[in-house]
Design a protein around this ligand. Structure first.
Ligand SMILES: C[S@@+](CC[C@H](N)C(=O)[O-])C[C@H]1O[C@@H](n2cnc3c(N)ncnc32)[C@H](O)[C@@H]1O
Length: 189
């Protein structure tokens, strides 16, 4: 798997490589897919998606961060198949997306409504705040979108006094589903 280089930083990202690995498995992107992203920020997910999907529409509401996405896309020589939009979703979301990643939680209920209306096949939402994770899980359930909830806690080792100790990242809740949502082990998700 090609490395993602992020020479330009942003306060709210990036989604960590280990989390991206699971996210990509859940999204199951292929060359015929149109992938939509809410909250591109550093572009870490955008870059990975653009290497797999046929088309990417990436939304970011923050003007500074969308510039960061743009610069990191260029640094990874990702061009051509990414439509980067400065917009606050659901505004700016395409009508023909097959897959959707919600990395920023503003207006997520309206974003989910739009996904239902346009029949998005696979949807993943990453949440770090506990209360938002609970409410978003309910929002997925109410719309019959939920297939799985996965919780991650990644720790990274570092050398300490000739041995190995760990720094822990914040936990991440990954809500997985889509308009054809199936039970946890009953399908391709
Ligand atoms: C946690 S960061 C996403 C990190 C990103 N996946 C990465 O790897 O860098 C969330 C981002 O979503 C953006 N955001 C939140 N709600 C949004 C919305 N409704 N539409 C567009 N952008 C949104 C925020 O401005 C922020 O940059």
């Amino acid at each position: 798997m090609a490395h993602v280089s992020l020479p330009h930083d942003a306060k709210a990202g990036p989604t960590k490589p280990e989390v991206r690995a699971v996210l990509l498995r859940k999204l199951d992107l292929g060359p015929t897919d149109h992938f939509a992203e809410v909250g591109s920020c550093t572009g870490a997910v955008t870059i990975e998606a653009a290497r797999r999907a046929g088309r990417v529409t990436a939304l970011e509401r923050n003007a500074e961060r969308i510039e960061t996405t743009r610069k990191n896309l260029a640094a990874n020589e990702v061009t051509g198949n990414v439509d980067l939009r400065e917009a606050e979703a659901p505004e700016g979301l395409p009508d023909d997306a097959d897959t959707l990643f919600i990395g920023g939680s503003r207006n997520y209920e309206a974003v989910l409504d739009k996904a239902v209306e346009t029949g998005v096949d696979r949807i993943v939402m990453n949440v770090s705040r506990l209360e938002v994770a609970g409410a978003a899980t309910e929002a997925f359930r109410e719309r019959d979108l939920l297939a799985d909830v996965v919780q991650f806690q990644v720790s990274r080792g570092y050398e300490l006094a000739g041995a190995t100790s760990f720094n822990a990242d914040n936990p991440v809740y990954m809500l997985v589903g889509g308009t054809g949502a199936v039970a946890a082990d009953g399908g391709p998700r």
